[in-house]
Design a binder for this molecule. Sequence first.
Ligand code: COA
Length: 151
Amino acid sequence: MRDLSDLTFRSATAADAQSIRDLLQGSDLPTSDLSAVRPDFVIAEHAGQLIGIGALERFGTAALLRSVAVELQWRGCGIGRLIIAELEQRARAAGIAELILLTLAARDFFAHLGYGSKPREEVPAAVLGSAEFRSLCPASAHCMAKALAPA
Ligand SMILES: CC(C)(COP(=O)(O)OP(=O)(O)OC[C@H]1O[C@@H](n2cnc3c(N)ncnc32)[C@H](O)[C@@H]1OP(=O)(O)O)[C@@H](O)C(=O)NCCC(=O)NCCS
């Protein structure tokens, strides 16, 4: 088991842009809307090295939880769970009441962390208008959501 005691989280800066793209592309996740949309990325670091990322794209009191990826050699040791917890904490503190996501490959991972299936017709219009919903994720992607208790 990896030692996660050195794991830290910070907000991404412009200097992280290429590392974020590399990790998303290596994880088969979309990058084409990143410069236009500028979601808020969180970086997970171990001993100064980027090992995972995740982001929130806000739409009023809801947010799209997106671009969650862990470096291959670090998968399966709890980093993904900690990234989601960090994003949920930041979302709550920002007054976000619901996190919504689309996933192809990680449905069971999110179900494990309390996310339930959400019919697309119940997704707020602003979120449905995002690039991820309109064009980046195929119609077969599974929509999931979690309500957040207020901070
Ligand atoms: C999905 C992903 C972020 C998970 O990260 P990870 O660090 O490997 O996950 P964790 O080790 O924190 O797993 C947390 C829990 O979920 C479970 N889990 C992880 N991946 C799972 C999967 N694909 N299916 C079912 N359960 C899964 C783990 O067993 C663990 O359960 P436990 O706490 O009871 O032991 C990682 O596999 C990844 O980067 N995938 C490619 C990108 C992607 O698909 N991102 C999601 C769409 S945004």
